[in-house]
Design a protein around this ligand. Structure first.
Ligand SMILES: Cc1cc2nc3c(=O)[nH]c(=O)nc-3n(C[C@H](O)[C@H](O)[C@H](O)COP(=O)(O)OP(=O)(O)OC[C@H]3O[C@@H](n4cnc5c(N)ncnc54)[C@H](O)[C@@H]3O)c2cc1C
Length: 396
């Protein structure tokens, strides 16, 4: 790839973080995939944190070797980690998604209590939006976040599902509705809930077709009480907080898609140059050239669109102004990943379907989640079109 939008400093960072991940993550990747080894995941999260990499997103908190941290470097980290093991990368992507609203909207005391441990790798965070009755239409959530004037506390009641890091997190950013009761601003409210708050339980974890090793499950909040300062940004401000969080999560997911796509492409390229059929290398056949060319241009396009979004964010563009570009990054890179894993399996034939002949089948299973998590491809298209057709109301 040409990595046209990246600077020499960005490239130096890629070399540095790639070497780090080769040292820390690559030797543990098989255990994460085959034994779903959470201890291995935690070990690498801690190593990344100790090296300062989980602070990349937060320039004011960064204590690393480079002077210019930001979303571009966090996305490079995501891309490089996903190229080795996408399941592992989902744990740090979730940690960062949890750290982001704490950094932007929590009080100093709360940042000290919950953000610092995440960035130091001592704690893991989770984001709780999705519910049994609401996924894409998150505004319709049933969870309640209500103020109890008697005890001067906020009370959370609700059931969340498909929550990454569910039972293993130490702090949860829970989103719920604050009803119109005259005491607080109504609307979606985001609240930080520590695991030991009381009233929090984990009915079950799910078994997924791919992404083995990351933990995704249900979280139940049953009269869960937190002090008043645990509300982020004020009651009713949750929608705006969620929008900011999704922007940068989607750019990071662009990096995840790129990493998976790149890995698949390398496997396909190697196979096309070594496997012989009809007396020639597979790569000599025109139909295979077409597949290789399509993977190649799609990866380049995804890279340009993804790093355009991260460069915009690093230049100070955020909120509504970044929504379209972040959605495009997520859409194009994750669809590209799925295109590439599919074509790679096809080029490998039987070898693409078996665990005995390399990682193609794992990549195929892992990639499938990419167009669903962090907002589906369909929702990304609505976000993009809504910017292009500003005078029309979308019929969701
Ligand atoms: C592995 C994994 C990890 C996850 N981690 C988290 C997490 O940490 N925190 C969290 O809160 N959530 C998490 N999620 C949930 C994820 O964000 C949702 O699955 C996603 O937003 C889609 O919601 P849904 O599954 O309820 O699908 P639905 O919203 O029911 O949608 C089903 C299908 O219908 C399509 N659709 C819906 N509405 C429309 C429409 N108006 N027009 C056209 N098509 C439509 C969707 O695009 C999708 O293809 C995770 C999910 C997975 C699978």
């Amino acid at each position: 790839m040409q990595d046209f939008l990246l600077t020499d400093e960005d490239r130096a960072f890629r070399t540095e973080v790639r070497a780090f991940l080769q040292r820390e993550l690559a030797p543990r990747a098989a255990d994460i995939e085959e034994r779903r080894d959470w201890d291995a995941v935690k070990h690498v999260v801690r190593a990344l944190a100790q090296a300062g990499y989980l602070r990349l997103m937060f320039a004011d908190l960064y204590r690393g070797s480079l002077k210019k941290p930001g979303l571009t470097h966090a996305t490079i980290l995501s891309e490089e980690a996903s190229a080795i093991n996408y399941a592992f990368e989902t744990t740090i992507a979730t940690a960062l998604s949890c750290a982001y609203p704490l950094h932007r909207h929590a009080s100093e005391a709360l940042r000290e209590a919950y953000l610092e441990p995440i960035l130091d790798g001592r704690a893991v965070g989770a984001i709780c939006v999705t519910e049994p009755g609401t996924g894409s239409d998150s505004a319709d959530m049933q969870t309640r976040v209500e103020y109890d004037a008697r005890t001067d506390e906020w009370v959370v009641n609700g059931f969340k599902r498909y929550i990454s890091n569910a039972s293993v997190a130490d702090v949860y950013i829970a989103y719920g509705i604050t009803p119109r009761d005259g005491t607080s601003k109504p609307g979606i409210t985001a609240v930080a809930v520590p695991k030991d708050a009381g009233g929090i339980s984990f009915p079950r974890n799910y078994t997924f077709m791919g992404r083995h090793g990351c933990i995704v499950g249900e979280v139940k909040f049953d009269n869960c009480r937190v002090p008043v300062d645990h509300v982020l940004g004020g009651a009713g401000e949750g929608s705006a907080i969620m929008r900011g969080m999704f922007n940068f999560e989607r750019a990071i997911l662009g990096g995840s898609g790129l990493g998976v796509a790149r890995s698949a492409f390398e496997i396909a390229r190697a196979h096309a140059q070594s496997r012989k059929t009809f007396g020639q290398f597979l790569g000599c056949k025109q139909l295979i050239w077409d597949k290789i060319a399509q993977m190649s241009w799609r990866i380049d396009a995804a890279e340009l669109i993804t790093y355009r979004a991260t460069k915009m964010y690093d230049a100070g563009v955020d909120g509504r102004a970044l929504m379209k570009e972040a959605a495009m990054a997520k859409l194009v890179a994750t669809e590209t990943a799925n295109f590439c894993v599919n074509e790679t399996v096809q080029i490998l034939g039987g070898d693409g379907l078996t665990k005995e002949y390399g990682r193609a089948e794992q990549l195929y299973r892992d990639a499938r989640a990419l167009t669903i998590v962090g907002g589906t491809s369909e929702m990304a298209k609505y976000l993009i079109a809504s910017r292009d057709l500003p005078d029309l109301k979308i019929n969701l």
